[in-house]
Design a protein around this ligand. Structure first.
Ligand code: GRF
Length: 202
């Protein structure tokens, strides 16, 4: 049996590409059923197109505009997106740079494991600027390692949940912020493939 994945991305999609490559090279026994993005210009769309994977842009703005308040709009968006995802009957939904915190309306609507990739060690530097925050802690306080993790998303917590895999990245004396970021991303590609492999049915 091959595990079915739906990948949600909103940026470059280099982690999506890591999954596409791992599937193509038979390092991952899974099928990427669909990709959803929440930014029209997300390069992840081109990566999906090039790999022959169905992709769709689902913007949140119309839901926010139609709702009485932000929370209601986010919940309506999350419910609709969950319904679209459910049509693919995924085993795992992968948040790979989705950059939006789901409400429980999403989690209730998806009958799959939901995992999130975050460029920091468990419990450290939650939020959208984890690499900048680690670099700042290195400059200010001599932080000498950071890392990356994949965790389950059980609730509305930010970059928090049971850890599936994690790994450390040393901060080297001759590192720049960019060289550190590049090594974190290399680790993320590996961790994401490992995490998915451990969660899909075999
Ligand atoms: C990754 O660093 C991921 O950990 C974070 O967003 C980034 C997405 O990068 N949540 P990409 O779009 O996969 O290149």
């Amino acid at each position: 049996m091959t595990g079915r994945l739906v990948v949600l991305a909103s940026g470059s999609g280099s982690n999506l590409q890591a999954l596409i490559d791992a599937v193509a090279e038979d390092r991952l026994q899974a099928e990427i059923s669909a990709v959803y993005v929440n930014r029209r210009s997300a390069y992840a769309r081109k990566r999906a197109d090039d790999a022959g994977i169905t992709q769709d842009f689902v913007p949140m703005r119309p839901y926010l505009d139609a709702a009485s308040d932000d929370r209601t709009g986010r919940e309506a968006y999350d419910r609709d997106l969950a319904q679209r995802i459910a049509t693919h009957e995924p085993d795992v939904v992968v948040l790979a740079g989705w950059m939006h915190i789901f409400t429980n309306a999403f989690l209730r609507g998806v009958d799959a494991k939901v995992i999130n990739l975050h460029p920091a060690l468990p419990g450290e530097f939650p939020g959208a600027h984890a690499i900048d925050d680690a670099w700042r802690a290195h400059l200010d306080d001599g932080l000498d390692r950071t890392g990356a993790m994949v965790h389950l998303v059980p609730d509305e917590g930010l970059d928090d949940g049971p850890v599936v895999v994690s790994g450390e990245v040393p901060i080297l004396v001759d590192d720049t912020r960019d060289s550190l970021e590049a090594r974190i991303h290399e680790l993320e590609y590996q961790l994401l493939v490992d995490a998915v492999a451990s969660l899909v049915p075999s």
